[in-house]
Ligand binder design. Structure first.
Ligand code: GLN
Length: 195
């Protein structure tokens, strides 16, 4: 199994390191052709405006097509903003694919970045989480499961093969959330083979 990390801007290396730690084959995706042969893709944190400008054209179209086909996606922070069907104060959907609304920078300014420990459904009640000008989920559509909350706001959710976090699991040495995504990808592969 090989996973891709969208490598246009942001915490790309850190995701690659988490995957390496789990022994997962990985590659950086900068153009459409580099999506071939992947089993799933991670959209990192960074600056969602910058990433969406860089992922214009055919790359965005292909990502949109894949996510609507059920291909596994994991978006962290800015990556979550790109995957949200709706962003507060923004007319257009970026890539979309998970039926949530997000509020950008809801956790405060850069100086308000913080690290905490979260209870994550199906993973544990001691998961370290780094928040950096993080978006919060302000609406969950039908079929979206909240997996973690922080001070009453949903900060991790899943709908089918799409997983999103407000925070940055790749900035800690705890790889359980990446492993959770790898398990999602394996389930998807099994289903694809059975089809
Ligand atoms: N606030 C950033 C944005 O709106 C996301 C921050 C992050 O990814 N750490 O894109």
């Amino acid at each position: 199994m090989r996973l891709g990390v969208l490598g246009l801007q942001g915490a790309v290396r850190e995701h690659l390191r988490s995957l390496a730690y789990l022994g997962i084959e990985r590659s950086v995706v900068k153009r459409t052709s580099e999506l071939a042969g992947l089993a799933g893709i991670i959209l990192p944190g960074g600056e969602s405006t910058a990433i969406s400008l860089l992922a214009a054209g055919s790359l965005r179209e292909e990502l949109r097509r894949l996510i609507r086909e059920g291909f596994p996606f994991f978006g962290t922070c800015a990556g979550m903003i790109l995957l949200a069907n709706e962003v507060e104060g923004q007319e257009e959907t970026n890539i979309g694919g998970i039926d949530i609304t997000v509020s950008r920078n809801a956790s405060g300014r850069q100086v308000d970045s913080f690290e905490t420990v979260l209870a994550v459904k199906g993973i544990g009640d001691d998961v370290p989480a780094v928040f950096i000008r993080a978006p919060y989920i302000t609406r969950l559509g039908n079929g979206v499961t909240a997996l973690a909350e922080h001070e009453g706001a949903v900060v991790m959710a899943r709908q089918g093969n799409v997983l999103v976090t407000s925070f940055h699991p790749e900035l800690t040495s705890d790889t359980r959330i990446h492993r959770y995504f790898v398990e999602m990808v394996k389930e998807y592969e099994k289903k694809e083979v059975a089809r």
